[in-house]
Design a binder for this molecule. Structure first.
Ligand code: TYM
Length: 349
């Protein structure tokens, strides 16, 4: 049985970018494939501690898992929900993979380069080691598909490279995750809105910063108006959409190159109203009144948040703790099995 796996850090509340780039695609994939695939949804809490944490990790974990249920995840016995730090095999395999990764390839990771720019005391070794822990997260469970936003694609490619190198040396130990381009195509089997589409060079989803749409929407952005948090009140979120940066072309087009702000809003509208992007583009294209369009997107976002938050609030903590207990029993067994295979192959056992 193939495996689909993903994780979202819980350093703080998650953004609409995290939600649309990773959580919602995972829920849609799970609901479509959970009869025939393992679906692993895990909380990368060890990845969280590379930087500061808003709130309490344990509470943040419970809240994020409620979001999967509120987004419509249907639970069955192929769905495995667990916390990374509860499965020690992640850290153990990470160390082993460290020894099969060159400094050069780890230093090339864009996210590391960005996060270590200041090279001050906040740049810890965990930030450097982060993609290799991510490789362990994926390889322990023989994951084939890993729905993530575009910013994580480089880490997926690194995972494939490490696993291929290891297999060349020791035989077929790891399952190699699908190529990024094939992962994007797989996501597109859901509907046609999960990538900034260009048929020849498929790319992943990147929801943009509302104030500075050249950049991705990020939890760590300083400006509150740049990002929609999943706990924003519907009115707050609507206001942020109304004040989003657009352009002066007075013509609605899906064109990230020249109109990133408007294109970002078209994408948000399509994903949250569950319509194909092409339908939304067709409806609005070549209209000049940005105000009307923004009002529509603001209303879609605020209706969505109010419904979503009501659903999330109605789920009890105990429901989540029960799912974790089951998921962690499964994950421990599966991860230890893979780890033992690795330990034997290199002569540790
Ligand atoms: P994290 O926590 O930074 O982000 C979680 C997911 O959200 C996606 N994302 C976005 N997608 C679209 N538009 C945006 N503006 C946007 N911002 C964030 C990210 O691409 C990601 O999919 N390293 C991962 C967590 C992780 C993981 C793993 C994921 C650890 N181990 C193994 C998959 C498999 C991370 O820090 O994501």
């Amino acid at each position: 049985m193939k495996t689909i796996l993903t994780g979202i850090r819980i350093n703080s509340e998650i953004t609409l970018g995290n939600f649309l780039g990773a959580l919602l695609p995972m829920v849609r994939l799970a609901n479509k494939y959970s009869e025939t695939h393992h679906i692993n949804i895990f909380i990368p809490d060890l990845h969280s501690i590379i930087s500061s944490i808003d709130g309490d990790l344990k509470q943040n974990t419970i809240r994020e898992l409620k979001y999967y249920l509120a987004a419509g995840l249907k639970i069955n016995s192929n769905i495995h929900i667990y916390r990374q730090s509860y499965i020690p095999a992640h850290s153990e395999l990470c160390w082993i993979l460290d020894c099969y990764t060159s400094m050069g390839e780890a230093l090339r990771m864009t996210q590391y380069k960005e996060k270590s720019q200041n090279n001050d005391s906040s740049t810890n070794v965990g930030i450097f080691n982060y993609p290799i822990l991510m490789a362990a997260d994926i390889l322990l469970y023989d994951a084939n598909f890993v729905p993530v936003g575009e910013d994580q694609f480089q880490h997926l490619e690194l995972t494939r490279n490490i696993a291929e190198r290891f297999n060349r040396k020791y035989g077929e130990i790891f399952t190699i995750p699908e190529k990024t381009a094939d992962q994007v195509k797989f996501m597109e089997t859901l509907n046609n809105t999960f990538s900034n589409r260009d048929k020849d060079t498929p790319s992943g989803l990147r929801i943009r910063d509302l104030q500075n749409p050249e950049k991705k929407m990020s939890k760590s952005s300083d400006s509150d108006n740049s990002k929609i948090m999943m706990s924003d009140t519907p009115a707050q979120a609507a206001k942020k959409i109304m004040s989003a940066t657009t352009d002066s072309l007075a013509n609605i087009n899906f064109d990230f190159q020249n109109q990133p702000g408007i294109s970002n809003l078209l994408q948000i509208e399509a994903l949250l109203s569950d319509q194909p992007l092409a339908t939304v583009i067709k409806k609005w294209s070549n209209q000049s009144r940005y105000g009307d369009f923004k009002k529509q997107v603001a209303s879609t976002v605020s209706d969505f948040l109010s419904d979503f938050q009501t659903k999330a609030d109605s789920i009890s903590d105990q429901t989540i703790l029960d799912l974790l207990a089951e998921g962690e029993a499964y994950a421990t067994q599966k991860a230890n099995q893979t780890l033992l295979k690795v330990q034997k192959s290199i002569g540790l056992r």
